[in-house]
Write a protein that binds this ligand. Sequence first.
Ligand code: NDP
Length: 316
Amino acid sequence: MSDNIVHNVIIIGSGPAGLTAALYTGRANLNPLVFEGLQPGGQLTITTEVENYPGFEHGIMGPELMDIMRKQAQRFGADCQFKLVDKVDFSAQPFKVYVGKEVHLAKTVIIATGASAKLLGLSSETEFMGFGVSACATCDAFFFKDLRIIVIGGGDTAMEEANYLTKFGKEVTIIHRRDEFRASKIMLDRAKSNPKIRLITNTVLEEVLGLNENGKKRVTGARLKNVKTGEESVMEVEGIFLGIGHKPNTDVFKGQIDLEDNGYIKTSKVNTYTNIPGVFACGDAQDHVYRQAITAAGSGCMAAIDAERYLESLHG
Ligand code: NDP
């Protein structure tokens, strides 16, 4: 339901950036309203163990970490709602944030909508998505017990997904379009030393092959092409995982604030200000360089402090 309150701050998104912004604005007595979006908790809710978040010596499961962050923000008054913002109007104060027919008003908005997995754009990929094609190993690996799997990509995501998938699949083949890898050395070495992983370079996925029998779809193979020789081949597999990076979730802000050509939100180099005073951006929606949970949380903290100072400046 729409309320007639002009909130101090509305936070859009609930990954480490959004929930850290909620914690800080909560502790500043700003009573933040948080719209958690389609994936409450963000991308960490679809990972397994997070080993690189400081403070957890033995690692922590991604969903558990996000649960703790939400509870910590709620303890200081954050109102976390599982709702999706589908429109904003930043043309005048107070800003308008729409959730379907509901309109919510705010003096400041912190955007923390994160990023989502990229797809290749093949029609066969769409056709078999959820029926053997996946962009999230931790969500779907379980369905591929003792099956043959390929992972597309040459970055850390692809290496991590491949390693994880070896716990379930019979064999995992990483298909990368170049012969150099973007992945960090430690992740690449881990994949290379895993006896269940094979790497094929200079190769792209041209088509997902599958069957649709009696309304039951399943992947049966992958048509591959060597980009150096042009040679095509078919590999029999049951699972195809995409690990080719992410796209910022910023479509809803197009025309409202300045975006980079690649869709990331433009912010000042020294703080989280966007081109609209009172609108701040943090986390993976504006950071295409570091994209870590800890950097997202750090920028969420910055956005909260920026919003707090902006509000102070309004009230003189
Ligand atoms: P990256 O952008 O680093 O890598 C994407 C990979 O996918 C590249 O190898 C790229 O190829 C390939 N690719 C992109 N588009 C296509 C396409 N259309 N067809 C075929 N291949 C394609 O993204 P990641 O998600 O791997 O990593 C993002 C960031 O997150 C990095 O900073 C990474 O370090 C970090 N990360 C850290 C993890 C950890 O520490 N545990 C785990 C996962 C990610 P090309 O190289 O040719 O461009």
